[in-house]
Design a protein around this ligand. Structure first.
Ligand code: ADP
Length: 227
């Protein structure tokens, strides 16, 4: 099971309850959209899964890790099992495409020979071979997000979380990013995408979980209309 939330509530320090008794199971290999209005609790949910936040009550399990009991020293191991992509790309501006991706492999002490083979493979996966030596500021938003996606996959995560991945990208290029995410899912990675772009959800389909006022308002499998 990729994600297991059992009766999970999150109350912030100011007393605001952002999630209320949420129960959610995401099985390995699922393709899931999380939708909901601003303030509904989507970011809170994502922060819980990354253990940036702890549940106030309830049990949270991700990729077999029990986050409720997890020691701080185990958090990096959890996070390495999750790839993340954010709206603002979060590339390192002073490193080229190759080194942005190699960076996360160097962080976990992968040997140079492995990195020299793995990084071009990842760059090819997101169709950026011609950009391998480019700096982030030389790339379009769509290209930067593809680098971020390659980087998110570097450590072969079981779960990929994309938080508004198309928020800063031209609409026509958003479909390319979603196509890549769908392809990654078809290779076995569980993919959870937070988005407010309903056209994308309708086009691609999948499991759609709608959050409203800190609760799951709707959770259904929808058939995609496109492609
Ligand atoms: P979404 O991502 O769906 O826009 P969030 O999870 O960011 O929603 O926020 C859910 C609710 O929790 C909102 O009402 C927000 O104002 C509140 N909230 C978020 N972060 C905090 C915080 N650190 N302290 C207090 N309230 C917060």
């Amino acid at each position: 099971m990729s994600v297991e939330l059992n009766n999970v509530s999150v109350t912030y320090h100011n007393g605001y309850e952002a999630l209320h008794k949420v129960n959610l199971l995401v099985e390995d290999g699922e393709f899931v959209f999380v939708v909901g209005a601003s303030g509904a609790g989507k970011s809170t949910l994502i922060k819980l899964l990354l253990r940036e936040l702890a549940a106030t009550t309830g049990i949270v399990k991700v990729n077999g890790f029990d986050l409720t009991k997890m020691r701080k020293s185990k958090i990096p191991k959890l996070r390495r099992s999750i790839g993340t992509v954010f709206q603002d790309f979060r590339l390192i501006p002073t490193l080229n495409v190759f080194d942005n991706i190699a960076f996360v492999l160097r962080c976990v002490d992968k040997p140079r020979s492995y990195i020299n083979q793995r990084v071009p493979y990842l760059i090819n996966l997101v169709n950026l071979n011609h950009r391998i030596h480019s700096m982030p500021n030389e790339l379009s938003g769509g290209e930067q997000q593809r680098v971020a996606l390659a980087r998110a996959l570097a450590n072969d995560p079981k779960l990929l979380i994309a938080d508004e991945p198309t928020g800063n990208i031209d609409p026509e290029l958003s479909y390319e990013i979603l196509d890549l995410l769908k392809g990654i899912n078809e290779c076995g990675t569980t993919v959870v995408i937070v988005t407010h772009e309903h056209e994308l959800v309708q086009h691609f389909g999948g499991r759609v979980i709608s959050i409203s006022d800190g609760q799951i308002a709707f959770d259904e499998q929808m058939r995609g209309e496109g492609g």
